[in-house]
Design a protein around this ligand. Structure first.
Ligand SMILES: [Cu+2]
Length: 311
């Protein structure tokens, strides 16, 4: 799909601030810690930053103990059979075929295990799929290969594209050098920096972030315009397939201010790896400011950044 779109140039006030030399994200929100982010050689989950994420990570840990127990039990039984009932240790095998108490035990134990698992897993699953009343509603549309966001109640809508050397960054002006997409070079680093990201956030950073207030129920409706995509933010433990013609729903309530990165999780074509998701969780005041600013930025575009991109 060909995509070409010009967003309005950055506001005069913002320009004067950036001209003074400060690295300023286009949405004007800075100083946020990158909380939900993969780390080099990292193991395990990203920090759980919502109730759902904490529940899921706790469940995962609990299940690991049960898996460990089952594995040990099965290995021990196998070992006993191998050692005690091989041909040398047990030359004349018994000929019986049934043992009622044993059969009852090996039917009941797995059933009880499953009941215990369900007792813990189902409430967490239900909490996840029962959407609470929304404080903020956001519609996400997956496109080849970028995300579009709408805040239907606020009349805000914008696209979010990956940040690389080919990204137009309004605060860098029209004369900015243009690098090659997908290649991590100095031009890409310069543009990441201009948008408030670090070099290691290449391919995680998007030019526009989803801005949400902390401690509020955010309901996200997920759909797609062309092929199936997947909207996934690991630290918030939310993922939903974005299917053309259908609306999926997920919700989260971020507990900590910060930046949460995510990526498309359904193979959607050649640039599947290049459609990052950035959620910025901020205080209610910063959120209200952002909403006011973004509404003012005209044409319902978010960060008043200029984008000219063709794929
Ligand atoms: Cu995708």
């Amino acid at each position: 799909m060909r995509f070409s779109r010009i967003l309005p140039a950055i506001g005069a006030g913002l320009t004067s601030i950036t001209a003074a030399g400060a690295a300023l994200a286009e949405d004007g929100i800075t100083g946020l810690e990158a909380v939900g982010k993969p780390h080099l050689e990292g193991v395990g989950f990203q920090p759980a930053s919502s109730e759902l994420a904490r529940d899921q990570q706790w469940l995962d840990g609990m299940l690991m103990y049960i898996c460990f127990g089952v594995t040990i039990l099965v290995m021990a039984l196998l070992l006993i059979v191998i050692l005690r009932f091989n041909r040398r240790a047990n030359p004349t095998p018994a000929r019986f075929t049934h043992n009622t108490p044993l059969e009852i035990i090996w039917t009941l134990i797995p059933i009880l295990t499953l009941v215990v698992l369900a007792a813990f897993a189902l409430p967490i699953l239900f909490k996840q799929v029962e959407t609470p009343t929304a404080d903020v509603t956001i519609k996400v549309t997956g496109n080849q290969w970028y995300w579009s966001y709408d805040y239907p109640d606020l009349g805000i809508s914008f696209d979010a594209l990956r940040v690389d050397g080919s990204t137009k960054v309004a605060s860098l002006g029209d004369s900015q050098p243009m690098g090659t997409p997908e290649i991590h070079d100095e031009i890409a680093d310069m543009k990441l920096k201009a948008l408030g990201y670090t070099p290691d956030e290449f391919l995680l950073a998007a030019d526009n972030a989803v801005v949400v207030p902390v401690n509020k129920n955010v309901v996200v409706q997920v759909t797609a315009s062309d092929v199936i995509h997947g909207w996934f933010v690991p630290a918030l433990a939310v993922q939903h397939s974005a299917v053309p013609g259908r609306i999926g729903e997920l919700w989260f309530n971020v507990e900590k201010e910060g930046i949460y990165f995510g990526q498309c999780t359904t193979l959607c074509g050649k640039d599947h790896a290049y459609m990052p998701i950035v959620v910025k969780a901020v205080s209610q005041k910063v959120y209200d400011d952002w909403v006011a600013r973004t509404k003012q930025a005209a044409n319902g575009t978010s960060a008043p950044v200029q984008v000219a991109q063709s794929n």
